[in-house]
Design a protein around this ligand. Structure first.
Ligand SMILES: Nc1nc2c(ncn2[C@@H]2O[C@H](COP(=O)(O)OP(=O)(O)O)[C@@H](O)[C@H]2O)c(=O)[nH]1
Ligand SMILES: [Mg+2]
Ligand SMILES: [Zn+2]
Length: 318
């Protein structure tokens, strides 16, 4: 039999389990597909050729749907492959924005983790929002701490939203941002990502953790990223077991570009290759001294600069 394609159509990959791909086609239904041939991105050695979020062309051959083409990616996020150190795994592609779900307690999301996430999102050019969940648990001290942290991030240029998935508090301000967008949900295990998704769309029933499991470490089940359609319009990508945005290649001199409040001062240091550590007449150190840049953010900058030092910067929390 020759290549008797009955039809060809476009779709979006919503789930991938290795050899099979679930693809949503234009009428909203999903079909299971395999891939034909090799798909490689120039300069990227990846263990998976196609990821959730990919726009693909399908052909129906006999009774089988085949992915025959992958359309250009707007963006994608990667992590190191678990098995092969030189290779990467594409977590997801074609996102419009990323929400980092944070909890100030049970479990506590650290400032260091938030800042690494934001740096990576900036480097990937994916707009990032900070979503503080479990505000129902706050006492007055938590509230004060929250307000300080949220002010620090909004001063830096980030939109902070506080919600309670459990009590369904303030969810509309979240869903307003999600309408007709592809939103990546990130955050530590136990912060309430699945609960949040279930709360914003009653049709979805993602598995949630029991409270007693939420603090346990090492119960790392390998799961796959998955895209869900939202009844009010838009899509979310859930990435269970993946705690950050993966890794990004960057030089020391680039890092400040990924802190918006530092990027705003670009070109104002005495030395054009200033990395804002010990150099004289450094606009960024001056801004820290003058209180225009938060010292905690500057601290994160120094920590990332020192820790990673190399080409690939990766979340410590992988
Ligand atoms: N108090 C409180 N608990 C929450 C809230 N959202 C989620 N949880 C609880 O946190 C635990 C982890 O939630 P889950 O959605 O599984 O987190 P995920 O690992 O990020 O998907 C569960 O026991 C949830 O009931 C919230 O807004 N308030
Ligand atoms: Mg979950
Ligand atoms: Zn400088």
């Amino acid at each position: 039999m020759g290549k008797a394609y009955i039809c060809s159509m476009e779709g979006v990959v919503v789930k991938s389990t290795g050899s099979w791909y679930n693809v949503r086609i234009q009428d909203g239904s999903q079909v299971e597909c395999r891939i034909r041939g090799k798909f490689r991105i120039k300069g990227l050695k990846s263990t998976n050729p196609i990821s959730v979020g990919d726009h693909v062309i399908l052909s129906l051959e006999g009774n089988d749907y085949l992915i025959t083409e992958i359309l250009d990616r707007k963006n994608y996020i990667i992590r190191k492959s678990v098995n092969l150190s030189k290779q990467v795994h594409i977590i997801a592609s074609n996102m419009d924005q990323a929400f980092l779900i944070i909890t100030l307690a049970s479990p506590a999301t650290t400032i260091g983790f938030i800042d690494r996430f934001l740096v990576t999102a900036e480097a990937y050019q994916i707009p990032a929002y900070l979503v503080f969940n479990k505000i129902d648990l706050y006492d007055e001290f938590d509230r004060e701490y929250h307000d300080q942290i949220a002010k620090m991030y909004s001063d830096a240029g980030y939109n902070c939203i506080e919600v309670s998935a459990l009590n369904q508090q303030n969810l509309k301000s979240l869903t307003d941002l999600m309408i007709d967008k592809v939103t990546l949900l990130s955050g530590h295990s136990g912060v309430g990502k699945s609960t949040l998704v279930n709360a914003i769309d009653g049709n979805l029933h993602l598995e949630t953790q029991k409270v007693s499991d939420a603090h346990q470490k090492g119960m790392h089940t390998t799961t796959f990223a998955e895209m869900f359609e939202l009844a009010f319009g838009g899509y979310i990508i859930d990435t269970p077991g993946i705690k950050g945005l993966g890794l990004v290649e960057m030089d020391d001199s680039e890092l400040a570009d990924y802190f918006p409040e530092m990027r705003a001062l670009k070109g104002q240091c005495k030395f054009h290759n200033c990395i804002h550590v010990n150099e004289p007449k450094c606009a960024i150190k001056d801004a820290v001294d003058a209180g225009h840049i938060h010292p905690v953010r500057y601290d994160s900058y120094l920590t990332i600069l020192e820790d990673d030092g190399g080409q690939y910067r990766e979340s410590k929390y992988h």
